[in-house]
Design a protein around this ligand. Structure first.
Ligand code: M6R
Length: 611
């Protein structure tokens, strides 16, 4: 949430910052702003997107040091005044912030009583006034020392980038709970909350850890821990290519990412799945496989789409690996007093690896003595670095706010883990694991065959574009898919949609069904087919409009449906990887028809780094 970028070097900071902000706009798009140092501090900011900011900046806005921000509002509505950067009363310090300062009210009162004036409704403004007050009281301090001293008074989460007109050779950054990295260039340095913003300039990055502060200069960076001790940080090689973070001819990132899935699923399988030998190798878990094999209980914590994958993981681990699983909303888990028994294993799932609640759930589980493993997409993210072991998705950057390829990547990785565990535990017949492994190897081409028929889904979308409600029903492995289909539709098209276990419909939602209600039925698992057929009949009896997703072999469901989209036949446990694709496309086409901003839906941001 909120994108932060900073530049110091020989280029015009304005150009680098604006470009970086555009790349990170998916992190927040309520307002944008930039501060440049050039013989003084020059701040430009406004409500709206980076484009609006760009139109306010002209070639006179020069300088080789700058910071920028794209905002997802927490405290204070999106308007020009609440936009970042925020400045000190002297007009010399500017800062951008990602996170929430929880004690901002008490700090504000104190600072006001000392004579500092406030203009915005944000929590952030207290930070810049606090840094100013520390410097006013201790004029002998360097900027970094003053910031370090002031940070001790701030409760909450932050990623800060700070510039000061009297210290024009440096940018100070610090993080606690919000991601920040340093892009290490040759005679130039960048800082950003996201690797996509620096990838164009360097492939060397240093990730800041919790509580660290860095002094960024043109030719050097110095990282200090909270006790002011200088640290030697590892320089990582960035594996993000420019191609991956551009639209590549597609009108939206979301559509590009949907169409990338044959490749991203293959990438998740590559080097791990061996159909010839009927084996699965997961390097990231090899050291902990014994622990996993012996565990009596797995807890999976996640948010949003990743929670839907987690729910699928529950069904899958129980079905194949015979392990008891509990799925938790990370936001609930972190504030409960969960009972963790010796030997329990906790998995956290996250595309971004930065979701605040998931990170907090991870820490809570560790605190309670659990081993915590990650299923993460973004390499080097906080969750990836804090887990004891894990498996990367290798899906590449996901820029569309609506998660698509990350979901199929998560489902693929969960399937690899479950089958591998089942094999290691000896609870699966070789014939069955061979069958699943071979079917898994066919999934990428089957996904492609679905995408090749995307026009059929578009035709259905055209008919239901203005439906006010949708119901999604599924059983067994198709239930998490129903939840995911409903979430996709509501988040990008703003249509109210609910996902339900098909049988639960009779306990309430059936009252909603009439001849105006589209009911998307995911009838993709053979072992629940008869029951799904009964549920379809129940909907039809009340004149609901059935749109079914089912295997090409399922004549019965096809005939019962008003609209049908077939998916290739596969194993029940793998069906979510196919059945979710038409649902992603349906939500995409409906949203486009409604003129919605598909990649940047209202009120949302890609990675939720505040709780
Ligand atoms: O990065 P994460 O997977 O941790 O993000 C979790 C959710 O915020 C995310 O899945 C969200 O629900 C998506 N917008 C759904 O499309």
């Amino acid at each position: 949430m909120c994108g932060i970028i900073g530049y110091i070097g020989n280029k015009q900071a304005r150009d680098v910052v604006l470009k970086g902000l555009k790349r990170m706009e998916y992190r927040g798009y309520d307002s944008a702003g930039i501060a440049l140092l050039n013989g003084g501090l020059h701040v430009t900011k406004c409500k709206g997107k980076v484009k609006a900011l760009e139109s306010l900046i002209d070639s006179k806005d020069e300088g080789f040091v700058g910071i920028g921000h794209t905002r997802w509002a927490t405290h204070g509505e999106p308007n020009d005044v609440n936009s970042h950067p925020h400045t000190s009363n002297s007009g010399k310090i500017a800062l951008v912030h990602n996170g929430i300062i929880e004690n901002f009210n008490s700090l504000k009162q104190k600072l006001e009583s000392e004579g500092y004036s406030f203009y915005s409704d944000t929590d952030t403004e207290v930070a810049v006034k606090l840094f100013e007050s520390v410097l006013d009281k201790n004029p002998e301090l360097s900027l970094e020392k003053a910031v370090q001293l002031a940070l001790g008074q701030i409760n909450g989460a932050y990623g800060f980038a700070i510039v000061h007109a009297d210290f024009p050779d440096r940018i100070i950054v610090s993080r606690k709970g919000s991601p920040l990295l340093i892009g290490v260039g040759d005679g130039e340095m960048l800082i950003a909350s996201d690797a996509s913003a620096v990838a164009e300039y360097t492939d060397k990055v240093v990730y800041l850890d919790e509580g660290e502060l860095a002094v960024i200069q043109k030719d050097s960076y110095q990282v200090l821990d909270s006790n002011d001790v200088e640290l030697t940080k590892e320089v990582h090689e960035l594996a993000v290519s420019l191609e991956e973070i551009e639209k590549g001819g597609f009108p939206h990132f979301m559509l590009k990412e949907i169409f990338e899935q044959p490749k991203t699923i293959s990438d998740s399988l590559r080097g791990r799945l061996n159909p010839d030998l009927g084996t699965i190798t997961l390097g990231g878990l090899s050291n902990v496989m014994d622990k996993l094999v012996n565990t009596k209980r797995i807890i999976i914590a996640a948010c949003g789409t990743s929670w839907h994958s987690a729910l699928f993981g529950e069904y899958l681990f129980e079905w194949l690996a015979k392990i008891s699983v509990e799925v938790e909303y990370a936001s609930e888990f972190r504030y409960r007093d969960p009972l963790i028994n010796e030997g329990d294993v906790v998995f956290v799932i996250s595309q971004s690896g930065e979701t605040a609640d998931t990170l907090a759930a991870l820490r809570k589980a560790k605190e309670k003595g659990a081993s915590v493993y990650g299923i993460v997409n973004v390499v080097g993210s906080s969750i990836a670095r804090e887990t004891d072991a894990g498996v990367y998705l290798h899906a590449g950057p996901e820029i569309g706010v609506a998660s698509t390829k990350a979901f199929t990547g998560q489902v693929t990785v969960l399937t690899l883990i479950a089958v591998s565990l089942a094999i290691h535990k000896g609870v699966i017949e070789k014939a069955e694991s061979d069958r699943i492994i071979n079917a898994l190897a066919r999934i990428p081409s089957q996904v492609q065959s679905i995408l090749d028929r995307s026009e059929q889904i578009k035709n259905i979308a055209d008919l239901f574009t203005y439906a006010p409600n949708f119901l999604y029903l599924g059983r067994s492995f198709s239930f998490p898919v129903a939840l995911e289909g409903a979430l996709k539709l509501k988040e990008i098209s703003y249509i109210h949609a609910e996902g339900y276990p098909a049988a639960e419909m009779k306990h309430g939602p059936i009252a909603l069904i009439d001849d105006m209600m589209p009911v998307v039925v995911i009838a993709a698992t053979k072992h629940t087919n008869d029951k799904m057929v009964s549920n379809i009949e129940e909907v039809k009896a009340r004149k609901g409009r059935i749109i079914s997703i089912t295997s090409e072999k399922n004549q019965e469901v096809k005939e019962l449906s008003e609209f049908n989209f077939t998916i290739p036949d596969t194993e029940d446990v793998l069906s979510p990887l196919l059945s979710v694709i038409p649902l992603q496309l349906l939500s995409y086409y409906v949203a486009v028809n409604r003129g919605a901003n598909v990649d940047q839906p209202r009120n949302l941001a890609k990675s939720v780094t505040v709780e």
